[in-house]
Design a protein around this ligand. Structure first.
Ligand code: PRX
Length: 647
């Protein structure tokens, strides 16, 4: 494995010696290591006396008797320290208008919004769903919930009415914050009307109010007694709001994510432990300094937008870009143009975005990064899916000018922050590898019984000890939490759900992909079962469906669905039309990100005699590979020929 090592001046972590020293400190006294960092990185109203309580494992508690407020840590303490005039957010709209927001302003806005929520009766422990575009107000809404101890659940603006409804119901939300519309790529897209559809027929009885942020001024339908303009509720509210001091374990947020079975699960995160790791990783992985301009291109609807937009950078008093739009508007040079314009120093994005921008730069030379001044950059980051070495190389050379370390950060919604990642200027890099665990994270690779496997042998990725920002439970389903993440045979280790392998020489980790029925499409997690359920919910047309992933040049994985209809198998134009109808149906059921790239129709699906669908055969067919597996247990082998071809 070849390694690269661009040095970084004045990094927070100085070299591998310090990395090893930190790992050693955690090894010697694990709770004391985290306690030291929790005292250094966070401000506590009441200090904790015990770092870890593992008496009810796997329901671990961190800093349990400490009191703090997340919003105080992200805003007030910087203003109190005389840093109120520092820029917190540099917000850029879809059409390129820029709105800088200082810490003092963000605190005032957050406080007014927090008071507005209180005026509607929202109190500590209530759940608030946020369905908003990327905006200053979106970040402030999250901070406002944190300020009053309400637990937020942000739903990505690309999810459908049905998905939104499921999440509101599961969370038992009392209030929803949305916008009239969102602007993406020059187009106004509805949000409020999707909310109206989600709330139709009084299906969400816990929900009392809908606060609507006016983003575009587009026409919206109005339900009296339920809908309120956010600016009207905020008008006249004080810009002072005393933070609600909460226990460290108080749930800061729920974030729904896909698993291998059933409906998406509400991953519950804590306040103290979560914020600690968001802040710590922003400091060490991104080496965030006062002089930096940080830009994470994620949406606040995903965990990356939580930890590295709404919380981590603000906890450190950093300056960050928040972007409303898409990387391809007005052209595919948008990211590079914004890096140049805002003199971004640390840039964090997903491999899918990089791969699509490589394609764009190859076809339209004017959007190639070489046409922009990217000399402000000093660190690049990657997240959400494996970055293939070719994309890594291009990112390194063409965006980073061969100067900037790339931090390939492996983590998950459940982990709250980075788990395995290079530290910039410290860890020699290897394209395609997320290298070594973050100091204090006990990542390992084991076999199915939880025994360590030697380096060079693939296995199951686990984390042997609990860590502060780990998932606390699945909202309303502690049994599912235990079963999904702490299966009995794994000796009390956290099961990540990914396969991995360590390099025999360097010990570096490479993630080899999910070991369950979860797909990763453009860095978004999708459960195959979820898409199958959506397809068979079209009861008029669909008899049976099986969904698998196949490799895709741009999106990493693509969704391929095999469908048996209730009518004769269609071909030609009819097949195209039905496939289209089903793709739109899935978009409506889940969201456009879940649309299958390809749908193939069959008279049947390949099944064993006991009726089990043989998905591994479908995976081969989807890839266009010849089926080499044993098919002797198959009841209907002839079906393979039919499904091998596109319709
Ligand atoms: O399969 C891994 C992949 O994304 C999954 C987590 O998805 P999600 O919870 O949506 O969080 C994405 C943002 C943190 C993981 O189980 N994944 C994430 N980062 C990487 C990755 N795979 C390889 N390399 C990464 N750097």
């Amino acid at each position: 494995m070849s390694t690269l090592f661009p040095p970084l001046q004045q990094a927070r972590i100085q070299g591998m010696d310090q990395y090893q020293a930190l790992c050693g400190e955690a090894e010697r006294d694990y709770p004391a290591y985290w306690a030291r960092l929790a005292r250094e990185f966070l401000s506590w109203k009441k200090p904790f006396t015990q770092a870890l309580n593992d008496s009810q494992a796997p329901f671990f508690k961190w800093f349990e008797d400490g009191l703090l407020n997340v919003s105080y840590n992200c805003l007030d303490r910087h203003v109190e320290a005389g840093r109120g005039e520092r820029t917190a957010l540099i917000f850029e709209t879809d059409d390129g208008q820029v709105r800088p927001v200082t810490y003092r302003e963000l605190l005032a806005l957050t406080s007014r919004m927090a008071n507005a929520l209180k005026s509607r009766g929202v109190k500590k422990g209530d759940r608030v769903v946020i369905y908003m575009p990327m905006s200053v107000e979106g970040v402030a809404a999250m901070q406002a919930c944190a300020r009053i101890g309400a637990t937020h659940s942000v739903v990505f603006g690309g999810f459908s009415a049905q998905s939104l409804r499921d999440r509101i119901q599961d969370a038992g939300a009392v209030l929803l914050i949305t916008a009239d519309e969102q602007m993406r790529g020059g187009k106004a897209l509805a949000l409020k009307s999707i909310v109206d559809e989600a709330l139709a027929d009084h299906c969400c009885p816990t929900l009392k109010d809908v606060l609507v942020y006016r983003r575009t001024g587009g026409a919206v339908a109005w339900t009296e007694g339920r809908d309120l303009w956010l600016h009207e509720v905020m008008a006249g509210q004080s810009d002072h709001c005393e933070p609600e001091w909460v226990e460290a374990e108080h749930p800061l947020f729920l974030l729904y994510t896909s698993g291998s079975t059933g409906k998406p699960k509400g991953v519950q995160h804590s306040s103290g432990g979560y914020l600690l790791h968001a802040a710590l990783t922003t400091s060490w992985t991104f080496d965030l300094q006062d002089s930096d301009v940080f830009w994470c291109t994620a949406d606040i609807g995903w965990v990356t937008g939580h930890s590295y937009i709404a919380y981590g950078p603000l906890a450190l008093g950093g300056t960050e870009v928040v972007f409303e739009g898409v990387p391809t508007f007005p052209d595919a040079g948008r990211f590079w143009q914004m890096i140049q314009k805002h003199k971004v120093t640390v840039f964090y994005t997903a491999p899918t975005a990089i791969r699509s921008l490589i394609k764009a730069a190859e076809t339209v030379p004017t959007v190639h990064p070489k046409n922009y001044d990217l000399s402000s950059l000093r660190i690049l980051g990657s997240v959400g899916e494996p970055i293939n070495p070719a994309a890594w190389e291009w990112y390194y050379q063409n965006v980073g000018g061969g100067r900037c370390p790339i931090v390939d950060t492996f983590w998950q919604t459940e982990t709250g922050g980075h788990m395995i990642t290079p530290l910039p200027g410290v860890t020699p890099m290897a394209p395609g590898s997320c290298t070594l665990p973050f100091p204090g994270i006990q990542a390992a690779i084991v076999d199915e019984m939880g025994n360590d496997v030697p380096n060079g042998t693939g296995g199951i990725l686990v984390v042997k000890k609990p860590w502060p920002s780990m998932i606390r439970t699945i909202w309303g389903d502690p049994e599912r939490f235990k079963k999904s993440y702490y299966p009995e045979e794994l000796k009390g280790y956290y099961l990540a759900g990914d396969g991995a392998i360590r390099n025999a020489e360097t010990g570096y980790f490479t993630i080899t992909g999910r070991i369950d029925d979860v797909l990763n499409v453009s860095g978004h997690r999708m459960g195959t079962m979820e898409i199958e359920s959506a397809l068979v919910a079209h009861t008029e047309l669909v008899a049976e469906a099986a969904v698998v992933g196949r490799p895709d040049d741009v999106t990493g994985e693509a969704i391929c669905a095999f469908v048996v209809l209730k009518r004769a198998r269609p071909t030609g134009e009819e097949a195209k039309a039905i496939a289209n109808e089903l793709r739109n149906w899935v978009a409506k059921e889940i969201g456009p990100i879940a649309k299958p790239k390809e749908i193939r129709f069959g008279d049947n699906l390949p099944k064993t005699r006991s009726g089990k669908i043989m998905r591994r055969l479908l995976r081969s067919l989807a890839k266009g590979e010849a089926v080499t597996q044993d098919t002797s247990t198959l009841e209907n082998p002839a079906i393979l020929d039919q499904l091998a071809k596109a319709n």
